[in-house]
Design a protein. Structure first.
Length: 151
């Protein structure tokens, strides 16, 4: 992990196209430090519930894709981070984080299922340097727009 910000350890964040177990073709992966977001969630919940979930990129529903693109830049919102790989839309499993901004960090304060985080996922919050988080959101949007048929 990186530097400290008051009470949070700053994590590294990235998104890229890579190989994932269970998928024939490369998929988008959100990476936190040296772990995929899926592995981070599995590790802290002692489960494998998050194995076949993917970031909301190349979604089958254009309205859902536009919503994911629009939300990525906002703070004090619930951001969908992983969705069901079978449906690739917001009709199935959604893992979201409540995103807040402090002076020098962006924080994924708490995690849960659904766009409203109706059921909590008990994992530690994640804090990111604002500049690095901005680079992540720019890459996320670029990947999403490459695969999106909307405006």
């Amino acid at each position: 992990m990186g530097k400290k910000s008051k009470k949070y350890s700053i994590s590294k964040i990235d998104i890229f196209l890579g190989d994932i177990n269970g998928f024939k073709y490369p998929q988008y992966i959100i990476q936190i430090n040296d772990l995929s977001l899926n592995d981070y969630l599995n590790l802290h919940t002692k489960s494998s519930d998050f194995d076949l979930l993917l970031p909301p990129i190349a979604m089958f529903n254009n309205e859902d894709q536009q919503k994911a693109i629009n939300l990525i830049d906002f703070r004090n919102v619930t951001m969908p981070l992983l969705i069901c790989s079978d449906d690739m839309d917001f009709s199935c499993t959604i893992v979201s984080a409540y995103v807040v901004e402090h002076d020098d960090i962006v924080l994924w304060k708490h995690f849960g299922y659904g766009l409203d985080i109706s059921t909590s996922i008990n994992v530690p919050a994640l804090a990111f340097d604002k500049i690095e988080y901005s680079a992540f959101t720019n890459k996320f949007k670029a990947f999403a727009l490459e695969n999106y048929g909307g405006v």
